[in-house]
Design a binder for this molecule. Sequence first.
Ligand SMILES: *Cc1c(COP(=O)(O)O)cnc(C)c1O
Length: 380
Amino acid sequence: MKVPFLDLKAISAQYRDELVAAATRVIDSGWYVHGREHEAFEREFAEFSGAGACVGVANGLDALTLIFRAYREMGLVRPGDEVIVPANTYIASVLSVTENGLKPVLVEPDPGSFNIDPARIEDALTARTRAILPVHLYGQIADMPAICALAGKHGLLVVEDAAQAHGAELHGRKSGTWGDAAGFSFYPTKNLGALGDAGCVLTRDERLAEAIRALRNYGSQVKYHNLYQGPNSRLDEIQAAFLRVRLRHLADETRRRRRVALRYLAEIRNDEVALPRVASGSEGHVWHLFVVRVKDREGFTSHLAARGIQTAIHYPVPPHLQPCYPGLHALSRPLTEEIHREVVSLPMSPLLTDGQVDEVVSAVNAWSARPVARESLVCA
Ligand SMILES: *Cc1c(COP(=O)(O)O)cnc(C)c1O
């Protein structure tokens, strides 16, 4: 493979000494859950994001699920209430809603940016709508000024799914600081990845933060006293220690991702390959993924694979057509369905070399779905 899609082994190898030192510190401390590393990471990630409080949890899905669970405990949402969710998202966004007995109302995206289209949100509002869950898909912040304005006008909560957008900015303001709360994932493939599962909630709402701190720990604020019937969703010391290492390098890695993306945007020239649209004011895109659209996806990915270029599909099946949601199968979401048929993620990593980017660009530019006519290959 000349150009791997994402080489996690090489990403960890860059920081091997720092990661080993972090692991050693935890091993030698004799304290493995909710200790000093966890506390330090919560503080450092909150500082990095410019938000009030960071609450570490076991993974990104739990972060989102526990936000809605806390809102239920606080009496702000009730089972059966509706939450506006992008139709075009990773399944976890929708799972966090249905896990709480809430009803996801799936709204179509802007086909250029792939993010939820605020113009379509207002039509989807009903008397039972309580919250909007925008997802900053592929690393680009959704149209938060419009979404927050709508939420303000209709008295709705805004919960950001920032699992793909660590450090992303819009008009100079970071992901996770726009809404009432945000969920982040530190799954290994994310821009800020642990060496295992981890996640966090970011919020300025101290009451919400307190509720989630209890919920993540069997619903307990004081040991052996349980306020809620909570799950166990804690972020391990060793993962927190690894994340502190990765966080120190995140800004640099993001700069390197942007360089790759800017080259793709400037140098890919192929009428059959639609490039992603960067919304104005979104220079803060962190390029978790670089996603293009191609009508003949099968042909395109085989063409790249034959040249040693690995690609991925994010995602092949939209949430409303998943077997786990038979009740949503009758929905028609044509933009979302078209996107899911056409998207291809090109290699994207802070470690791509200029030479590897050259390989991707020239292979993409050489692609044509129309087979070259036989006669044209024959010299007259
Ligand atoms: C990864 C991801 C999640 C879930 O995070 P996990 O840590 O894998 O549970 C949620 N939403 C989006 C958009 C994601 O990409």
